[in-house]
Design a protein around this ligand. Sequence first.
Ligand code: F6P
Length: 367
Amino acid sequence: MKSTIKRIGLITSGGDCPGLNALIRTVVQSAAQKNIDVIGLPHGIPGLIQDHPQALALDASYASAQMIQRGGSRLGGFIRKIYAPLDALTEQEIAERVVSSLKVLGIDGLIATGGDGSFAIISGILQHTDVPFVGIPKTIDNDVPGTVYALGFQSAVSNAADALMKVADTAETHQRIIVVETMGREAGFLPLHAGLAAGADAILLPEIPYDANDFITHIRTIYAAQKYAVVVVSESAKLPAGEVSSINTPDGQARFGGSGEKFAHYIHACTGINTRHCVLGHIQRGGAPNAFDSVLAASFGTQAVKSLCVHQKNVFVSWNGYSVDVKDFTSITGQIKRVLPTTLELRAANSLGIYCGTTIESTAQER
Ligand code: F6P
């Protein structure tokens, strides 16, 4: 069947991550080869509910190879000021506004990158339009189900692992324990992969319970042997008393945060060892994509355009470990992926003597 798509709308929703500009480039180039126009829709769905939504005609000359190296997104992401009116609208009203904007702009196919939050909003909109949609999972948290890796995750792991190795240098020099807090929201993929990549001494994740005495015993043992230690804690790892640490941003938004500092105080109180903490924060989200994400952006973008051309509707692209699959979008909406106790990287960390809490492996070793 011949493709009927003439004009694709492209959105990068939610929080940014490395690889978004590489993806924009791919979509534009790959559509241009098929004589399809691409309209960039700044600031995601909230941008589309404005009275006069911005629309940027993206031609092949815009999509140069230099774009690959730039972090962030040229199409912008979540901006609170633009998002605020969404709170006052019903799901139906949001959908109607978006559908009307797509019509005014002549868009007959939509591609959007997103994580769980953006995909939940988009899935509501899809019930009110026939415009076919292809989702591209992106998030440094890697918590989108149905794909082994989301775009940006591996680059964030590289950023965090690089920081952990730097922290280890100074920790060793000063004979300190340094606790490093990573992002990742309620999923522990980022701290787990970064800690494993950098050879951390302990990694605490939101999903895996731990015994506070075992954790401290491990830190003491490692410190006695090495005279320093690097401990990675997820921003949402449970504190020893069982609660999850949170902070308020200067503009009053509640966020995970503060676990690094609290664990550092706890470790110092229990061991008396000189301890510092360090919060990696948004550094994890910025910068150029690594080679893996650059290739993933090229593969996801190419497949997304192809899917629209072959009339695949309301699907998302996913990485299965070997290649890109195309799956039903409704199969993942409203869900988040978490680190399972059987996760290979968790077992690998265990076999390397990295304390990750009460895992299946550590329990088996005790038996
Ligand atoms: O979802 C991506 C993420 O970076 C999380 O890891 C983190 O908890 C959150 O966004 C931070 O949000 P903000 O950029 O609004 O501070």
